[in-house]
Design a protein. Structure first.
Length: 251
C-alpha cells in the first residue's frame, strides 16, 4: 500500500494544531503515513507543539527561523516530501488551521486510485459548502476563479485556489524535474502559489479532478493574511506567464 505524506505549512497555529494532528491520525488509521510540518517562523508555541507531537506521531519538522511566507513554506514542504517518496506514494497538502477536515483525504485517495493525478477538495462542486467566510471574500474568490477558468482552463478543475489537494508523487516529482527551484517562482505574490502549482502540474500532464468539501472557516482562530491588492496583481501575472512563457505551456 502506498504511503501518504501530508504537508502542513504552519504559521502561528498553536490553538488548533494538536487537534488537527490527532484528526489526521484518526483519518488515516490503517494506512502508512507521515506528516511534514514546515514551521514558518511561528512565535506562538507551534514549534513546541510539533516537537511534543513528534514523540508519538510520524511528524517531520522543517523550521524557518523567520517568516518566509506561504509560497516558500509550501515549496520546502513539497521538496522534503518528494525527496522521500516512492513513485506510488501520495502527497497531500492542507492548511494547518483546522479549516480542512482530514476526513476528505480518504475520498481524495480513492480518486487517485481511480486514475487521477491531482485531486482538489473543491468549494465549487455540487455538495460543497463554505462556512464562515464573509460574503465579500466569497464574491472576490468566485470572480477570480471564474477568470482563471476562462483564461487558463484546466480540464476537471473549478477550484484553482484551494490548497487542500492530493497529488500523485511521481507527477509531483516530474514537476520538480521540469521546474526545479522555480516550481513556485512567483513567491513574492503570496497566496497565488496554490494556483501556480496547479498550473505547473497541468504543464507536466497531470490529470485533475475534484471532490466536494466543506470549508470550515468558522474554525479558523488566526486572522487571514491575504493581501487583496497583492493577490489580484499576482493572479494577473500568473495568467500572463501561462500565456507567454514557453516553459509554462502544457506538454
Amino acid at each position: 500500500m502506498s504511503t501518504v505524506i501530508v504537508v502542513l505549512p504552519v504559521y502561528n497555529e498553536a490553538s488548533r494544531l494538536k487537534t488537527l494532528l490527532d484528526r489526521i491520525r484518526d483519518a488515516l488509521g490503517g494506512r502508512a503515513y507521515r506528516i511534514v510540518a514546515v514551521d514558518d517562523g511561528s512565535r506562538d508555541g507551534s514549534d513546541a507543539i510539533l516537537a511534543q507531537e513528534r514523540q508519538h506521531l510520524p511528524v517531520e519538522i522543517v523550521t524557518h527561523a523567520v517568516n518566509r511566507g506561504l509560497a516558500q513554506t509550501l515549496y520546502d514542504g513539497l521538496r522534503c516530501a518528494v525527496e522521500q517518496c516512492g513513485e506510488d506514494d501520495v502527497v497531500v497538502t492542507m492548511d494547518a488551521d483546522d479549516t480542512h477536515d482530514p476526513a476528505y483525504i480518504r475520498p481524495m485517495l480513492a480518486k487517485i486510485e481511480q486514475g487521477c493525478d491531482v485531486v482538489i477538495a473543491s468549494r465549487f462542486q455540487p455538495g460543497a459548502a463554505v462556512v464562515g467566510v464573509p460574503a465579500h471574500r466569497r464574491l472576490f474568490s468566485f470572480g477570480v476563479l471564474l477568470l482563471l477558468r476562462l483564461l487558463m482552463p484546466i480540464p476537471g478543475v473549478r477550484d484553482y485556489a484551494c490548497g487542500y489537494r492530493a497529488i500523485r508523487a511521481r507527477v509531483l516529482a516530474s514537476a520538480f524535474e521540469r521546474f526545479g527551484d522555480r516550481l513556485l517562482e512567483l513567491r513574492q505574490w503570496g497566496f497565488i502559489c496554490t494556483a501556480e502549482l496547479l498550473w505547473k502540474l497541468r504543464v507536466v500532464g497531470a490529470r485533475c479532478c475534484e471532490v466536494p468539501f466543506a470549508l470550515r472557516y468558522d474554525l479558523k482562530e488566526s486572522t487571514s493574511r491575504m493581501r487583496v491588492a497583492c493577490t489580484i496583481g499576482g493572479y494577473g501575472l500568473l495568467v500572463w506567464k501561462s500565456r507567454v512563457a514557453p516553459e509554462w505551456r502544457p506538454l
